[in-house]
Design a protein around this ligand. Structure first.
Ligand code: ADP
Ligand code: AMP
Length: 215
């Protein structure tokens, strides 16, 4: 099964993708994570993407589609893919169709997390992750069971994203509205779009997703 999690920054895509990895053995393919890894490694892609990401704008369609193609090639068959943060433009949605066909995969569901934009700034500015394993947390909504210790790997090191500040978040939301939301009708025409309440608590969102995947 291959699915897209769609929603503005902070909607909860990464949180739910991590759970689907743990519970269903699917694989999260996050172009944001891939780009951050490229920035950290100082690759040519990373050098090109760094400033664009810091501004909250979109990296070129060509770069992100190549990253997705390479990840799917490396994955081989077997695990289902969760596309998180990709596609983000109509051009990327078209590329994804071609890439999936190339790898013998089909798209089963597009799940849109509907959220109230006013809540997103609070979600994003409170977000942090384990520096060792990448597990996601929030200052208020998802604290580690023991303060300062990662639930999953026990690490005491955490990090925050440089683009998780209010100003950049506003740009990222505007990019979502202008360029990403318009791709939904393409998938609606195929009858594979499901909308769920992304403002519900994390467990309730996971349940709604599980129901869709069981349908
Ligand atoms: P995205 O991947 O869509 O940008 P994340 O999954 O990283 O969003 O979620 C953003 C922040 O909000 C994280 O700190 C996460 O712990 C928190 N969060 C995710 N889902 C919910 C939810 N349903 N209710 C409250 N907080 C949430
Ligand atoms: P994310 O981790 O999904 O919030 O993405 C962080 C940043 O990476 C975005 O603000 C963009 O600058 C860039 N990015 C991630 N995915 C894409 C994509 N599919 N297309 C263009 N830019 C992307």
């Amino acid at each position: 099964m291959n699915i897209i999690l769609l929603g503005p920054p902070g909607a909860g895509k990464g949180t739910q993708a991590q759970r689907l990895e743990e519970r269903r053995g699917m694989r999260q393919l996050s172009t944001g994570d891939m780009l951050r890894a490229a920035v950290k490694a100082g690759t040519p892609v990373g050098l090109e993407a760094k400033a664009v990401m810091e501004r909250g704008e979109l990296v070129s369609d060509e770069i992100v589609s190549k990253l997705i193609d390479a990840e799917l090639a490396a994955m081989g068959e077997g695990a289902g893919a969760i596309f998180d943060g990709y596609p983000r433009t109509e051009a990327q949605a078209r590329s994804l169709d071609g890439i999936l066909a190339l790898h013998g995969r089909t798209l089963d569901h597009v799940i849109e997390l509907e959220v109230n934009e006013d809540a997103l700034v609070e979600r994003i500015t409170g977000r942090f992750t384990c520096a060792n394993c990448g597990a996601g947390y929030h200052d208020v909504f998802k604290q580690p069971a023991v303060a300062g210790v990662c639930d999953k790997c026990g690490s005491a090191e955490f990090k925050r994203r440089p683009d998780d500040n209010e100003e950049t978040v506003r740009t990222r939301m505007a990019e979502y509205r202008a360029k990403t939301a318009p791709i939904l009708p393409v998938y609606e025409a195929r009858g594979i779009v499901h909308r769920i309440d992304g403002m519900a608590d994390i467990d309730a969102v996971s349940e709604a997703i599980a129901e869709i995947l069981a349908s």
